[in-house]
Design a protein around this ligand. Structure first.
Ligand SMILES: Nc1ncnc2c1ncn2[C@@H]1O[C@H](COP(=O)(O)OP(=O)(O)OP(=O)(O)O)[C@@H](O)[C@H]1O
Length: 745
């Protein structure tokens, strides 16, 4: 039972760090031989594993964090990497010192320079201790891997040190921050932490990867620490994040910061057993990280969820929370929370909707804290951005070429729809390119495991949707490729923000069609500079045929491709930014080729009608003519010249049905009757009567004559010969039928 004041994952996480700390260079230096050292490490590993199991088992019963033991470990591993890198840097510094000493000695001994080099490297091996056991290949890998960490250390913010907060922040928190390897505050941290510690409401905006998480977590922890919060006080801080992965990430940073505190922390989010979460909330979670939907559920249904003493509400990526349709939930959540509380909003971009939310939840006008450099440039300095203009059918060829050339890189490739991610994952897999994929329609377990696999990898390719665009702090991502431009233009900034984080460097490549260049104007307005680049794809001409073959032989992929193409069109149809994404500019043939189809697949009628409505049909210039040439849509949708107008029938389903039926009935009757076309109005009137007669029978025809009091003979003379013949035939038919009936009787 978790009744004591403690952080549930703390032990698990802490152990991970201990495990790493178990191999300090000094200890290794002392060991006499390699075997002894290896045995020692083994023992430590085993001991730590055993202890870890105990902890995990102990908490499995009571805490929700036990759902993510591996993820916690993995993530903490990646976070701890920074520390390890720091140590290695120190070690390398030592080794250089030693090497220079050696050189002096060698100079004294008049040895050759090359000898000196060898010796110095040998020395550095001794200093690093365990590195002698590591193969050179591994060392190279590690060096590469730590590149970004080195950059991070090199570019550690030169601002105020965290030590300056000594008077305001507890020693427990400061120690944890120091243990995380952070000495100086980033700009947003230096600006936001002091007013937040004073209890002010703050709306913070700063570039991606600038350390916003610590900026809101430190004051939130300090607030509860100063109030001596215990589990019996319930929840004092709620941190809302838009995605599950971001929640987990924030939660892990939180657990690191709470390492020396007795405050409790927990996480609730979609895709996790609610019963377990109920138990967790019953225990009293002081700092709670949550996704909006699940938080609302517990606020409405879990009686034990105690928020009476709620002090602080943090909304991370506030604009995204409203974008992804959580507006209603957020309004309800805010209505259910105590009015008197401190509120913090953080994001890399601003939105008008956030103003609305700010007005709803902040008691006074919030203090605007903004990274000054945002006014000059919306993205970080270490980021190189380029765009390539390509036609829809060439996009995949360029991507394939790009991935082939960057096999040893860590790459994220963004798509607009889940179906596109699934489809291209299948195709690349069939083309023997190993890729990971993540999207919103995946089960949570799969999503989490893929996320951690990508985090851990030195080089890997991750295909993803915008579910991965916000807040993910993945180490050493080299490239952000946007295969589809973002549906929401401001999402561009968040996508490219997954690289060049914390002072590091990275590159981004955007694929756009010529007609989508409106996005560049938007980006320019947002102070994002993107350079044009030309990328070759000529070598890949036969790739298109290979993809076609794959699709032909794999029905699953064929279906996925069709669905992905449909989703693409749907996204275009539904886009709010018609000035950038205009359906009229899409050439469906090229689009289909981009999805590996020779000719476009048959689309559902509903979508056909929607497309027909939107695309120019009168002129029949581009779309219809092109479609006709490959037979696309011609089966089901009439041509522009036809009297049948889709625009009329698309209003309601029932109406359209009627009109269609009437239309085809008229057409069929005209065909089967083979009646001559009427030459003048009089004849047209007679024709109508004749058709009426044919359709409804002679009886109805005569009854009509009776009603109007005009015998059929009255109009006889004006009838054309064909009409008279028809009348004669029907009369004959009638008498014949009568006589036959008599015979039967
Ligand atoms: N003071 C600091 N010094 C050095 N590195 C830091 C500091 N604070 C945070 N970091 C590191 O910077 C990286 C980015 O931090 P964080 O995820 O908080 O950024 P963010 O501004 O929230 O980004 P995003 O807008 O993408 O969510 C993390 O790896 C974190 O460990």
């Amino acid at each position: 039972m978790v009744g004591k004041k403690r952080n549930y994952v703390e032990d698990d996480d802490f152990k991970c760090e201990k495990h790493l700390e178990a191999k300090p260079p000094k200890k290794k230096k002392k060991t006499k031989n390699k075997n002894e050292a290896a045995a020692k490490t083994k023992n430590i590993d085993q001991a730590s594993k055993e202890a870890q199991n105990e902890v995990t088992n102990g908490y499995c019963k009571n805490s929700i964090q036990s759902n993510y033991p591996t993820s916690s470990k993995d993530l903490s591993q990646t976070h701890v990497n920074g520390l390890t890198a720091g140590k290695e840097l120190d070690a390398s510094k030592k080794s250089t010192n030693i090497s220079s000493d050696n050189q002096k000695k060698k100079r004294r001994k008049k040895k050759t320079a090359s000898d000196g080099k060898i010796d110095s490297s040998e020395k550095s091996h001794t200093v690093n201790g365990d590195s002698s056991e590591v193969s050179t290949k591994k060392k190279k890998k590690r060096k590469k891997k730590n590149k970004s960490s080195e950059v991070t250390s090199a570019k550690t913010p030169s601002g105020q040190p965290f030590e300056n907060l000594k008077a305001l922040v507890s020693s427990e928190t400061l120690k944890a921050v120091a243990d995380m390897g952070f000495l100086n505050m980033t700009s947003i941290q230096a600006k936001a932490i002091p007013p937040l510690l004073e209890g002010k409401d703050v709306r913070g905006t700063a570039k991606t990867g600038s350390g916003k998480t610590l900026a809101f977590l430190i004051p939130a922890i300090e607030r509860l620490h100063s109030m001596k919060f215990t589990p019996a006080d319930g929840t004092g801080v709620i941190i809302i994040s838009p995605t599950r992965e971001l929640s987990m990430q924030t939660f892990l940073v939180l657990t690191k910061l709470l390492k020396n505190h007795s405050l409790t922390s927990g996480i609730i989010m979609g895709g996790v057993d609610q019963e377990q979460e109920n138990k967790l909330l019953t225990c009293g979670i002081n700092l709670l990280v949550a996704t909006p939907g699940r938080l609302l559920h517990h606020l409405q249904n879990t009686k034990e969820f105690n928020i009476q003493k709620l002090n602080c509400l943090v909304i991370d990526e506030a604009d995204r929370i409203l974008d992804v349709g959580f507006e209603e939930e957020m309004n309800k959540i805010i209505a259910l929370l105590p009015i008197k509380k401190q509120t913090m909003f953080f994001s890399a971009t601003k939105d008008r909707k956030v103003n609305l939310l700010a007005r709803l939840s902040l008691s006074d006008k919030p203090l605007e804290v903004e990274d000054r450099s945002l006014k000059k440039r919306a993205t970080v300095d270490g980021l190189q951005q380029a765009f390539v203009i390509c036609q829809t059918d060439k996009k995949f060829l360029i991507l394939h070429n790009f991935l082939e050339q960057n096999k040893k890189k860590k790459i994220m490739v963004f798509f607009t729809t889940c179906n596109a991610v699934k489809f291209y994952h299948g195709i690349l897999h069939a083309l023997n390119i190993k890729v990971l994929h993540i999207h919103g329609k995946q089960k949570q377990e799969k999503r989490t495991s893929t996320f951690h696999e990508f985090c851990k990898s030195d080089f890997a390719i991750l295909l993803c949707t915008d579910v991965a665009a916000r807040g993910w702090d993945i180490p050493s991502v080299d490239w952000i490729v946007q295969f589809d431009p973002p549906e929401e233009p401001k999402e561009y900034i968040h996508r490219v923000g997954r690289t060049a984080r914390a002072g590091g460097s990275g590159r981004a490549l955007l694929f756009i069609r010529e007609e989508e260049q409106g996005l560049l104007k938007y980006l320019k307005d947002q102070k994002v500079t993107v350079q044009r680049e030309n990328i070759s794809w000529n070598k890949n001409i036969d790739l298109h045929l290979r993809v076609q073959k794959i699709i032909k032989n794999n029905n699953g992929l064929k279906v996925l491709g069709t669905v992905a193409l449909m989703s693409y069109l749907r996204a275009y149809l539904d886009s709010r930014h018609k000035q950038i994404y205009n359906i009229k500019t899409i050439d469906v043939n090229k689009l289909a080729r981009g999805f590996g189809f020779d000719t476009p697949p048959t689309l559902p009628k509903k979508l056909q009608i929607e497309l027909g409505d939107i695309l120019p049909t009168k002129e029949g210039k581009s779309y219809n003519k092109k479609k006709d040439s490959v037979g696309f849509l011609t089966k089901n949708v009439p041509k522009a010249k036809s009297t049948f107008k889709p625009s009329k029938i698309s209003k309601t389903k029932t109406n359209s049905h009627k009109t269609k039926k009437e239309f085809s009935a008229k057409k069929n009757s005209l065909k089967t009757n083979k009646v001559q076309r009427p030459k003048n109005n009089a004849e047209r009137g007679n024709m109508h009567d004749l058709k009426y007669d044919r359709l409804k029978g002679l009886k109805a025809f005569k009854a009509k004559d009776r009603i109007f009091g005009s015998p059929a003979s009255h109009r006889k003379n004006s009838y054309s010969k064909a009409v008279q013949d028809a009348l004669k035939a029907s009369r004959e038919f009638k008498t014949e039928a009568k006589s036959k009936m008599k015979q039967i009787k």
